[in-house]
Design a protein around this ligand. Structure first.
Ligand code: ADP
Ligand code: MG
Length: 264
C-alpha cells in the first residue's frame, strides 16, 4: 500500500500545544549549530536505512512528529490508517537511540537485579498480533546495522519459546500486545525500568478491544519510569473521550497533532 503524496498539501493539519517545533521538510533537513556548521536532524545511519527503504520524503505526520519527539515532547497524534504513523514514532525514537548508544542502567539497587533480565529502552504497544508483526518488521528494517535489537511478543504462541529467545538475543526495542506483555511481566522475565520511550499505537482499537486495564497495569504497576522520566507517544485514528482521558493520564504537556479529518 504505497503512500499517495499528490494531495498532501491540501490535507488539513491541526497542531496545538506550547512551543511547538517547526516540522521538517525532508529526512535530511539540517539543524544549525553554533559554530556555523550543520548536522542532520536525524541520525545518519537512520537516514541511510530510510533511503534503503525507498522512502523519499516524510509524510505529514512524520514531518511534525520528528522534531516534536527529538525535542523530548510527548505527542498525541491522530491520523488515518496509511498515513505513515509507524515511521512517525520509529524515526525520532531510533535516531535518538542510535546517537546515545546502549547505556548501562544507573540504578542504585542494580545489584539486586538479575543481570539476565532484559530491560528494553523502547516499548511499543499495539492491539493485535498482525500490527505487532508489522511494526516489528519495520523496526528491523530501520535498525539495520545499528546496536539496537528489536523483539516482538504476542499471544497465541508458546511463551516459553519467547522467553528463551529474549534471554538469548536480548531486547532493546520491544513491540508487544498488552496481554502477552503482562504475562511476561508477571513471570519477571523482562523489566520496564529502562524505558525511555513508550508508544501506544492504535490506542482507540486497544480500548475497543478492552485492553485498558492491561495498559494501566503495564504503565502504573510496574517499574516503568514515571511520565516525567520517559517520552510518551499516543497514536489513534479517532479522538473520542476515552482516548482524551488516557492521554491526560499518561502524557505530560503534550503536543496534539491531527492530520486530515479525524472522527471523535
Ligand atoms: P499507518 O500506521 O498510519 O497506518 P504505516 O506506517 O503502516 O501507516 O504506513 C503505510 C504504508 O506507507 C507502509 O507500507 C509504509 O511502508 C509506507 N510509508 C510510510 N511512510 C512512508 C514514506 N515517508 N514514504 C513512502 N512510503 C511510506
Ligand atoms: Mg499503524
Amino acid at each position: 500500500s504505497a503512500i499517495n503524496f499528490d494531495h498532501y498539501d491540501e490535507i488539513p493539519i491541526e497542531v496545538t500545544g506550547e512551543n511547538i517545533p517547526l516540522p521538517i521538510n525532508s529526512f535530511t533537513d539540517n539543524i544549525e549549530l553554533n559554530n556555523n556548521s550543520t548536522k542532520t536532524y536525524l541520525d545518519p545511519l537512520l537516514i541511510q536505512n530510510i533511503t534503503l527503504s525507498r522512502f523519499n520524503k516524510p509524510t505529514p505526520v512524520q514531518r511534525y512528529s520528528v522534531p516534536i519527539v527529538l525535542n523530548q515532547r510527548d505527542l498525541m497524534a491522530c491520523a488515518q490508517t496509511g498515513s505513515g504513523k509507524t515511521g512517525a514514532f520509529l524515526f525520532p525514537i531510533l535516531s535518538e537511540s542510535f546517537k546515545s548508544g546502549r547505556k548501562p542502567l544507573n540504578h542504585d539497587n542494580i545489584e539486586n537485579h538479575d543481570n539476565n533480565i532484559p530491560f528494553p529502552t523502547i516499548l511499543i504497544l499495539a492491539p493485535t498480533r498482525e500490527l505487532v508483526s508489522q511494526i516489528f518488521q519495520e523496526s528491523k528494517k530501520f535498525c539495520y546495522r545499528s546496536w539496537l535489537v528489536p523483539f516482538s511478543v504476542y499471544g497465541g504462541t508458546d511463551i516459553q519459546v519467547q522467553i528463551k529467545k529474549i534471554q538469548k538475543h536480548g531486547c532493546d526495542l520491544l513491540v508487544a500486545t498488552p496481554g502477552r506483555l503482562n504475562d511476561l511481566l508477571n513471570r519477571k522475565v523482562i523489566s520496564l525500568k529502562g524505558i525511555k520511550f513508550l508508544v501506544l499505537d492504535e490506542a482507540d482499537r486497544m480500548l475497543d478491544m478492552g485492553f485498558e486495564p492491561q495498559i494501566r497495569n503495564i504503565i502504573q504497576n510496574n517499574d516503568m519510569p514515571d511520565v516525567l522520566n520517559r517520552t510518551t507517544l499516543m497514536f489513534s485514528a479517532t479522538f473520542p473521550k476515552d482516548i482524551q482521558l488516557l492521554a491526560k493520564s499518561f502524557l505530560k504537556n503534550y503536543v496534539f497533532l491531527s492530520v486530515g479529518k479525524v472522527g471523535s
